[in-house]
Design a protein around this ligand. Structure first.
Ligand SMILES: [Mn+2]
Length: 494
């Protein structure tokens, strides 16, 4: 095979990017090796919890003293508090790149994949010398965006952290956690596949026997949910005529002669024979095609599913999507340390508590969806939005926003923006979600959230497809005007 010149250039620059990232990971590893006590500060979601767990395990295996702190956002205030505690070194995971100015003067390393401060292509801070008066900083940063690798789809926070763990010792078993982090951050492509650098890490896990990949239904709850509930709660993709309708789901399965129970217990998806699975999937496909859904939509019902041989089959921890969902609910209840314990193998009471939080969380989501449905979504020319008032907790605002945009009941040609009153700060939390198609057409919500909030004395950031902000109360309308203007420019400016 002969490669075109263009392909060669792309390949070469990718290889060089990976080499530069490895260099940087080595440097960070060296700084970690040189100290005795490390404080890990991480984002409190599935990717952040797995990031912290990878960092914690890697350091603990070297005999270091390690503490972990989880935060929802890295604010100036958290950083001032941290500074005073006087650790040898702080390791920020799954955050930090967007808050570099706050970190001035701090002895720290960062493994993050969020949009970094400054231009993405700019070299990491410590390479900039005297530019921008960063010279006296002691910050070492590893972030795929700095090397032309997309942190929204090709490498998660956990994956970025794993690259450093790989330089600290033989930590290839932690690839499992990196896979959970990437899946939890929704980095898998439509067919469930992890791509880019995430995929290299996945393959390392498969080779080591820590991760298994197989082709299966891309539905949630394959191991832990009663069979009809897998269909009833399907939200991405929606199963028309089944999602949200318990009776319809049961009838659908009964019509196909699928036994629902075994020894008085609900059967689970993973217990089905491949014949039974095939029957369900082809019948689902037929249903969707009849209703005018595209073959591409139907095709996306099946894809790559990741599981972990060292976990008990049929437990929530056996499959990546369920594992990450459990961690996310720990995060929402501000119990990052419970998630961390589960990740590093401490189960029993930790697992019980996490499951309780998940159950509570699912009820909260149902209540929120009902609330937004009753209040309605307001459409503007270039965006649509809703206000959660006091009813939608800020901890689930992003999830609810994403669920509503994905629900099939709303227009998907405009991004969704949502507001709610913040629980622990004076002000309004903003969430935004787009679609892959919108991003392809130029949408970048990270820029929208950060610029529009800044102009109103707030702050924000995130990813092109999903981002958040915080603004003063009463500024919602102003924010919407600014956001609409900017989204219009992004979508029409090309
Ligand atoms: Mn992340």
């Amino acid at each position: 095979m002969r490669l075109s010149e263009e392909t060669k250039v792309i390949l070469l620059s990718y290889i060089m990017a990976l080499a530069r990232m490895k260099e940087r990971a080595k440097r960070i590893a060296q700084r970690l090796r040189d100290v005795d006590e490390v404080l890990i500060v991480s984002h409190i979601d599935a990717d952040g919890i797995t990031s912290a767990s990878i960092a914690y395990e890697a350091l603990r295996r070297m005999g270091k003293e390690v503490e972990v702190e989880f935060v929802k956002q890295l604010e100036k205030k958290n950083i001032d508090d941290i500074d005073e505690e006087g650790y040898d070194l702080i390791w920020f995971t799954d955050l930090g790149s967007g808050q570099l100015t706050h970190l001035k003067g701090l002895n720290c390393v960062i493994t993050d994949h969020h949009e970094p401060q400054g231009k993405a292509g700019e070299p990491p801070v410590e390479d900039r010398g005297n530019i921008l008066s960063y010279s006296r900083q002691k910050i070492s940063e590893l972030n795929p965006h700095r090397h032309g690798i997309d942190g929204a789809t090709e490498l998660s926070g956990a994956g970025t952290t794993y690259l450093v763990a790989g330089e600290l010792g033989d930590n290839s078993d932690l690839s499992k956690l990196a896979v959970i982090g990437a899946v939890g951050d929704l980095q898998a492509s439509k067919k469930g596949r992890l791509i880019g650098k995430n995929r290299d890490i996945l393959e390392e896990g498969v080779t080591g026997g820590y991760v298994k990949k197989k082709t299966d239904a891309l539905l949630y709850g394959l191991e832990s949910r009663p069979l009809p509930k897998v269909l009833e709660y399907a939200s991405d993709p929606i199963l028309p005529g089944l999602t949200g309708d318990e009776n319809a789901c049961i009838n659908f399965l009964v019509d196909l002669d699928i036994p629902l129970k075994e020894d008085g217990e609900w059967r689970k998806w993973y217990q089905l024979s491949s014949d039974e699975k095939r029957k369900i999937m082809s019948s689902l496909a037929k249903k969707l095609l009849e209703r005018g859904y595209s073959p591409r939509y139907v095709d996306e019902l099946v894809g790559e599913v990741y599981s972990f041989p060292d976990e008990e089959v049929g437990s929530m921890l056996h499959e990546a999507k369920e594992f990450s969902t459990l961690l996310n609910s720990c995060g929402r209840y501000k119990k990052g340390e419970i998630g961390l314990n589960i990740c590093i193998g401490n189960r029993e009471e930790y697992l019980e508590e996490a499951k309780k939080m998940l159950k509570g969380h699912q009820q909260v989501l149902v209540d929120c969806m009902n609330y937004v449905e009753s209040e309605g979504i307001i459409e503007k020319d270039y965006l649509q939005y809703f206000h959660g008032g006091d009813e939608v907790p800020d901890t689930v605002l992003g999830t609810v926003t994403g669920m509503i945009l994905g629900s099939g009941d709303v227009d998907r040609s405009r991004p969704m923006i949502a507001f709610t009153v913040s629980e622990d700060r004076d002000g309004i939390k903003v969430s935004s979600r787009g679609t892959k198609r919108l991003v392809r057409n130029g949408l970048d919500l990270s820029k929208v959230m950060s610029r529009c909030s800044k102009e109103l004395d707030g702050e924000g950031g995130g990813h092109d497809i999903a981002a958040g902000a915080f603004i003063p109360e009463g500024k919602e309308d102003e924010f919407l005007d600014k956001a609409e203007h900017m989204i219009k420019e992004q979508l029409e400016g090309r």
